[in-house]
Ligand binder design. Structure first.
Ligand code: PLP
Length: 396
């Protein structure tokens, strides 16, 4: 059986290579940040592909907070939360997250993937319906698969389609509309005002995944709901501690207290997985303190995003989305995206090409992600490299 399994796996791996969708991992030999050293050479690489939007992953105060939490509270809990895995820092962080989002309560998970895997099954039953944007993140799709509610998939950001499906779903007890706040492949933002209006009209609840919004979208960085003026209309938020909020790991749900109480009783990734390690809690807690003190970091990121988007447009590139630090440079052809990304790295700019099946056929792109800790020179060097490489490969 072992030999048979090995043959099957090797053939599957060969198929992946043959399809050109093999994902290889570059090894980084330095901290996460705007400038990286790659293992086996490559120093001084400018990094444009982390979700380190606010540059907090290696912020000295965030690192210090992690070290202090590690020393005071230890390496980890060796327990799930409800047995003997809850420390004061876990409760403090949950309170801080709820305060940040202006919600009643919050619950921590090991990741936002887990938060998404745990919410739908705990909340929805066969009497209910869930309506999900077709381009939602894989973890929302998987979380919805695990629940027994009636499932509807509406066309990406298509309000007519959502309305038609809400009408169909009127026969169920409860309707939940689930959408990413900001979509990570296109850098586009869900039309939450319209979604909330429809939700009101058809008596539905709204859930948003804010992984690519928390900490920097909206006047005080609260996210897409703040940006679009619907903080009081979105009922449930899931987000991550592993991107803008320090970048360590962890996720959460924040919303009405009875929902959070229920998740503590029923949500399987919460009940059956270890507590977040103290150092990770320390990082996220400090990141939130920094963001609640001042919005300067988010504003600096927004200014750099603007600089990159406008200079790239002036150079003749098409950048998808609007105002978001995810800046997909649209190229169309998969091979072009892959060779251009490789050539960018040869010029010291680390970016990644995405093609089918991660994005639709014919919509290959290089995704650039801007961080508050990029300097104006970093941004300009990136635009210059794109221009050279784009001219060389006939993309301009
Ligand atoms: N949701 C979205 C939209 C994401 O982009 C990601 C991460 O890629 C996740 C959820 C999962 O977050 P985490 O890394 O905390 O599991």
């Amino acid at each position: 059986a072992a030999a048979q399994l090995r043959r099957r796996l090797e053939s599957e791996l060969e198929d992946i290579r043959g399809a050109g969708t093999w994902k290889s991992e570059r090894v980084i030999a330095s901290r996460q940040g705007p400038h990286l050293r790659l293992a086996g050479g490559g120093a001084g690489i400018i990094n444009f592909c982390a979700n380190n939007y606010l540059g907090l992953s290696s912020h000295p105060e965030v690192i210090r907070a992690a070290v202090e939490a590690l020393e005071k509270f230890g390496a980890g809990l060796s327990s799930v939360r409800f047995i003997c895995g809850t420390q004061s820092i876990h409760k403090d962080l949950e309170e801080k997250i709820a305060r940040f989002h202006q919600r009643e309560d919050a619950i921590l998970y090991a990741s936002c993937f887990d938060a998404n895997a745990g919410i739908f099954e705990a909340l929805l039953s066969p009497e209910d319906a869930v309506l999900s944007d077709e381009l939602n993140h894989a973890s929302i799709i998987d979380g919805i698969r695990l629940c027994k509610a009636n499932k509807y998939r509406y066309k990406h950001m298509d309000m007519q389609d959502l309305e038609a499906k809400l009408k169909e779903a009127q026969k169920y007890r409860l309707r939940l509309v689930a959408t990413d706040g900001a979509f990570s492949m296109d850098g586009d933002i869900a039309p939450l005002r319209e979604i909330c209006q429809l939700a009101q009209k058809y008596d539905a609840l709204v859930f948003i995944d804010e992984c690519h919004a928390t900490g920097f979208l909206g006047p005080s960085g609260r996210g897409t709901d703040e940006l679009l003026g619907v903080m009081d209309k979105v009922t449930i938020i899931n987000s991550t501690l592993g991107k803008a909020l320090g970048g360590a790991a962890g996720g959460y749900t924040t919303g009405p207290k009875p929902l959070i109480d229920l998740l503590r009783q029923r949500s399987r990734p919460y009940l059956f997985s270890n507590s977040l390690p103290p150092a990770v809690v320390g990082c996220a807690s400090k990141a939130l303190d920094l963001l609640m003190e001042s919005n300067a970091i988010a504003q600096s990121m927004a200014a750099k995003t603007q600089r990159f988007r406008s200079k790239m447009a002036a150079a003749g590139f098409t950048i998808s989305g609007k105002d978001h630090p995810i800046c997909p440079v649209m190229l169309g052809d998969a091979r072009l995206a892959s060779v251009m990304a490789e050539d960018m790295l040869n010029r010291g700019i680390y970016v990644i090409g995405f093609s089918y099946p991660v994005v639709p056929k014919g919509k290959a792109r290089i995704r650039v992600q801007i961080s508050a800790v990029h300097s104006d020179e970093d941004i300009d060097r990136c635009v210059e490299a794109f221009t050279e490489v784009g001219q060389k490969h006939g993309a301009l």
